[in-house]
Ligand binder design. Structure first.
Ligand SMILES: [Mn+2]
Length: 353
């Protein structure tokens, strides 16, 4: 029996629920390994059920080991199936289910209390097992290879858009299913946009170029950022870059189980503040990464969660100066028993291309 399902069942019991239905694709995959795009995982006190339609039945049999597979049809709807189970309090993902789905379930379920799960699954997913870390490690490796390749083609005259296409193409050639998010290629003044997705701007001599990208490999995401300069860096560019690098590396030396997301963020923020750029680091330090590119825990001034071993998080401070440009450096890391392991291996010194 999969330990993930057992942990979920235990947390349902702790919440006074005897069952749950899972809609969200990432949660569904987490529990069942189903990689298709339609179906429900239903967990009861003694059953693991995967419910899907005709299109995905065979796939469910192949992928969802340890699950009873049930096909829903026009004559046997998801409501009929649920009403036929001996369940009373059915958890659902209130952060994901739409209002219209909610209304329909409430209307069509007989004597079953449809109860919010809140962040139950997100909390379980925050701590990875070794297999999950391996998939993320592979996704990070593809991103590293991609950065190396991009450095070989990046030059004045190419557009941000062309660079983003090269990133996507290269990652897929290396086995990725796709990008984990829209690639950020922000050059020159646009580098001051923390999330400046690639535009048709032509990259010019002297530009800072922020490259923030990642891929999905076997369902798991990677996320990394490097900032390079086209041509020789100015003293100002070097100054900003080195402050961000100092902040980013200080966090790596500090991350370990027991500290909070707030503590980690503060390490970087205090360094950037002390150099006078506190107002220009307007986002949190990082976030968890797994089946989704942004998941728990949060590393930010609002990060109350305590870091634990086997969490995978990013460390990505930045400084963004309007009308000048910006720098962000991001590594993907795993929290270990006594520190952290950096999964992103790309060089972090200021690269002048
Ligand atoms: Mn990130």
């Amino acid at each position: 029996m999969d330990i993930k399902v057992e942990k979920f069942r235990k947390s349902l019991k702790e919440k006074g629920l005897d069952s749950a239905i899972v809609f969200k694709p990432e949660n569904r995959r987490y529990l069942s390994k189903f990689s298709g795009s339609s179906g429900y995982v239903v967990i009861t006190e003694d059953k693991n059920i995967f419910i899907t339609d005709f299109r995905y039945v065979q796939q469910a049999f192949d992928e969802c080991k340890g699950f009873e597979i049930i096909q829903h049809t026009n004559d046997k709807t998801i409501y009929d199936i649920l009403n036929g189970l001996c369940i009373n309090k059915l958890g659902f993902e209130d952060e994901f289910v739409t209002v219209s789905q909610y209304n329909e379930f409430i209307e069509k379920l007989n004597d079953i209390h449809f109860t919010p799960l809140k962040d139950t699954l997100n909390r379980l997913r925050a701590i990875k097992d070794e297999d999950e870390i391996d998939e993320i490690r592979k996704a990070a490796h593809i991103a590293d290879k991609t950065f190396e390749y991009i450095c070989s083609i990046l030059k004045a005259g190419i557009t941000e858009w062309e660079v983003a296409l090269e990133i996507e193409n290269f990652m897929k050639k290396k086995g990725a299913a796709g990008t984990a998010f829209k690639s950020i290629v922000a050059s020159g003044k646009r580098a001051s946009l923390p999330h400046g997705v690639a535009s048709h701007k032509v990259i010019e001599e002297g530009d800072f170029v922020t490259l923030d990208f990642g891929c999905i490999y076997n369902g798991y995401c990677s996320d990394m950022t490097r900032t390079v300069v086209i041509g020789k860096a100015t003293d100002r560019q070097k100054e900003i870059y080195n402050i961000v690098l100092e902040a980013q590396e200080a966090v790596l030396g500090f991350i370990k189980p027991g500290i909070t997301g707030y503590d980690a963020d503060k390490i970087a923020r205090d360094i950037i503040k002390a150099k006078g750029y506190g107002d220009y680091f307007g986002h949190g330090l990082g976030h968890g990464v797994g089946l989704e590119v942004h998941e728990l825990p949060k590393l930010s001034p609002l990060g109350k969660d305590t870091l634990q071993a086997n969490m995978v998080v990013t460390d990505e401070p930045g400084i963004y100066l309007p009308d000048f440009g910006g720098v962000r450096i991001e590594d993907l890391i795993v929290v270990t028993e006594n520190g952290c392991e950096v999964l992103s291996k790309s060089p972090k010194h200021l690269i002048e291309l």
